[in-house]
Structures are given as structure tokens and as C-alpha cells.
Unconditional design. Structure first.
Length: 371
């Protein structure tokens, strides 16, 4: 068979574009390491990452013998400014000791308030009975204040980072699990003295959702994305009033295996989402969180594949946290098999999105960076 010159040229262009795309995807992740190799606890989960007031990257998570045990505490580490893959030895910064009784700690959330670093976390026997607590540090995490317990019904940001509004208030995505899974909003003033409750944003039995994360859209509105209990998809709602009111909850056409997610808006107007692009399959009980994915979107509604951050047959890669640092680089942490906290740095300028067809993750090798 004779192949025409135009066909050959077209084939070469396709191959060149494919190779360039592959190179761009693989070079988008600039660092990939563990925050620690050894730790004084057996298990860890629910990391959070932030840029401290001194400019240093810091992270926190809960660790102990097992989630829900009384010895589970909040741990903290700082990245070496001279070495992007070197972190300080983890130190315990909060425990669940109250009135002589010890409770497990849960879900830390770090936020840079400009003049101080604030650590929110939860304390209590279970997610349906826990309460919100916060501490602050005036030296970027070297020392911490005493614990301040929030008054009911306030819990603080439940898993993901809050938004620091221009007026100094915090917009916190929160949720409760004692009467079905219900998402709500909590506003706090800059001193964390005055709190306001908005919600719940869904009812029991109606797209039960928890652990909100926010995107800031180009038109000034907010898009909230949540983990769902039984729908096996990510839920969404929007606000045109900076969180004071929200539209009815609906479902995004992305899978969710009842696992935590996080998202962030980039300075160029695009959005990134880290999540498990899977569903729960009774025939593969250890696979629901064995794949962790990064996706990109222009509007927060239509998403394209960027990379598989992890991809195994069995395992747990979950509960991601994602931020943009002062240099415009994307920083991600997540649970690695409940044993370690993985940290990635991603260059957003090198991100190339590949369309999802019927919400299926593409098989292209350039979006499989697990190896």
C-alpha cells in the first residue's frame, strides 16, 4: 500500500503532539516525596497543607495507632526552604485531652491569617459526636497557643481549607453526620470570636454531602464541591452571595467512592480537583481508594484528566489537600496507605487536560504518573 506524503505528515504531527503532551504531563509534577519515612505513630490520615506567615510550607495530619483511638493526635511538619523534598521531623502539636479524659483527634485544617497561623481540628469519640477546636501560632508553627473549643453548633472547617475573604472573615465549609450527612457554611471574624451558621444546604436522604471545598469562578460566584455518602458522585452547589445563600444541591458527572476531595482555583482562572476517580465495587473492596486523580477545568463543571497521582490494584491514597503557594506552584498532600503523607509539587503552566468521555478516565499513558 502506498502512503501519500500528506498522510505521512499528518501522522508525524499526531505523534509529535502526543509526545509533547506526554512530556508536558510528566514534567508538570516537579517534586514527589514523603513528608516523613518513620514516625512515632502507626497510622496517619487527613493531611492539610499551607504556606505559613514566614513563607515556609507547613503540613499537618492526625496520627496514632488507628483512626478513632484515644491516642490519635495532631502532628505538624515544616518543609526545608533549601530542599523541596526535605521536611522536619513530625512533632505533636495538639491532643484530645479534656478535663482529664483523652479523646481522639481528627481532620486538622491549617490557614494563614496573615499575622498568625491557625490550626483547626476536631476532638471527640466519632464524627457524629465530635466538637471543633482551634489553636494559633504567632511564629509560623514553632509554638502554639492553648486549645479553644468552639461552641455548638460550630465545628470550623471540617476537612478542607476555608476561604479568607477580603473583609477579613473566614468562609468555612463544614458538615455534620449526626442526623444524616449535611453540609453547611460557617463564617468567622478575623479574631475567631464571632461565628455565623448558614444551612444546612441539604436534607437527610437528599444528596447527603460532607467536607465542602470551594472554587472561585470568573464571574465572582462560588462553587462548592462535596463528598457524597451514597450517590457515588461529587455533589455541587453555587453561591452568588459569597456564601450567604446557596442554590439547591446537585450532582457533578464525576465519580466519588465516598472519599474526601479537595479543589483549588488557579490565578489564571482554571481550577484543579484532586479526588478518587472510582466507585465502590463489592467485588473489589480494596480498590475504591487505590487510584488518586488530578483533573483540570475552566468552569468547575466540565473536567479534563491531568494525571493519576497513584494507581494500584489495592491500597489507600486518599483525603487530598491542595493549595497554590506564593510562587504560583501547586502543593498537594494526601494519605499514602495510612502509613505516610505524600507531598507533590505541580507546575500549573505545564498542565495539559485530556477530555473525559462518559466520565471515564482515559487510558493514555501521559495521564498515568503512578510509576
Amino acid at each position: 500500500m502506498v502512503v501519500g506524503r500528506s498522510a505521512v505528515v499528518a501522522l508525524l504531527i499526531v505523534l509529535l503532539c502526543h509526545n509533547l503532551s506526554t512530556f508536558a504531563q510528566q514534567s508538570a509534577i516537579t517534586t514527589k516525596s514523603f513528608i516523613y519515612e518513620k514516625a512515632p505513630f502507626l497510622e496517619c490520615h487527613a493531611s492539610t497543607i499551607e504556606v505559613a506567615p514566614n513563607g515556609q510550607l507547613v503540613a499537618s495530619w492526625f496520627g496514632g495507632t488507628e483512626e478513632g483511638n484515644q491516642d490519635v493526635e495532631i502532628w505538624f511538619s515544616r518543609r526545608d526552604p533549601q530542599n523541596a523534598t526535605q521536611w522536619s521531623t513530625p512533632v505533636m502539636v495538639a491532643d484530645g485531652l479534656e478535663n482529664g479524659k483523652r479523646y481522639p483527634c481528627w481532620n486538622p485544617v491549617l490557614i494563614n491569617m496573615g499575622d498568625r497561623l491557625v490550626l483547626f481540628y476536631k476532638v471527640g469519640p466519632s464524627p457524629s459526636t465530635w466538637w471543633g477546636v482551634w489553636k494559633e501560632s504567632l511564629d509560623s508553627g514553632v509554638t502554639w497557643s492553648a486549645a479553644h473549643r468552639l461552641e455548638s453548633p460550630f465545628l470550623g472547617p471540617i476537612k478542607n481549607k476555608p476561604l479568607l475573604l477580603k473583609d477579613g472573615r473566614l468562609l468555612c465549609g463544614s458538615s455534620s453526620e449526626h442526623d444524616g450527612w449535611k453540609a453547611h457554611i460557617e463564617f468567622a471574624d478575623s479574631k475567631l470570636n464571632q461565628w455565623k451558621f448558614v444551612g444546612p444546604l441539604n436534607e437527610k436522604g437528599q444528596i447527603e454531602s460532607i467536607q465542602p471545598t470551594f472554587l472561585q469562578l470568573k464571574d465572582g460566584s462560588l462553587l462548592m464541591l462535596c463528598r457524597t455518602k451514597s450517590e457515588q458522585k461529587i455533589s455541587i452547589t453555587t453561591s452568588k452571595t459569597l456564601g450567604e445563600s446557596w442554590e439547591k444541591m446537585s450532582l457533578l458527572d464525576l465519580p466519588n467512592p465516598n472519599s474526601g476531595i479537595d479543589a483549588v482555583s488557579l490565578p489564571d482562572g482554571r481550577h484543579l480537583l484532586v479526588y478518587n476517580h472510582t466507585i465502590r465495587d463489592p467485588k473489589r473492596p480494596g480498590a475504591a481508594r487505590a487510584q488518586l486523580n488530578l483533573a483540570v477545568s475552566d468552569d468547575g463543571l466540565h473536567w479534563k484528566a491531568v494525571a493519576q497521582l497513584e494507581n494500584e490494584e489495592q491500597g489507600e491514597f486518599s483525603y487530598p489537600a491542595i493549595i497554590v503557594d506564593k510562587e504560583g506552584q501547586v502543593q498537594i498532600t494526601y494519605t499514602w496507605n495510612r502509613k505516610k503523607v505524600r507531598h507533590l509539587t505541580v507546575d500549573p503552566k505545564k498542565i495539559v487536560g485530556i477530555p473525559l468521555t462518559d466520565s471515564k478516565w482515559p487510558a493514555n499513558p501521559e495521564v498515568n504518573l503512578a510509576r
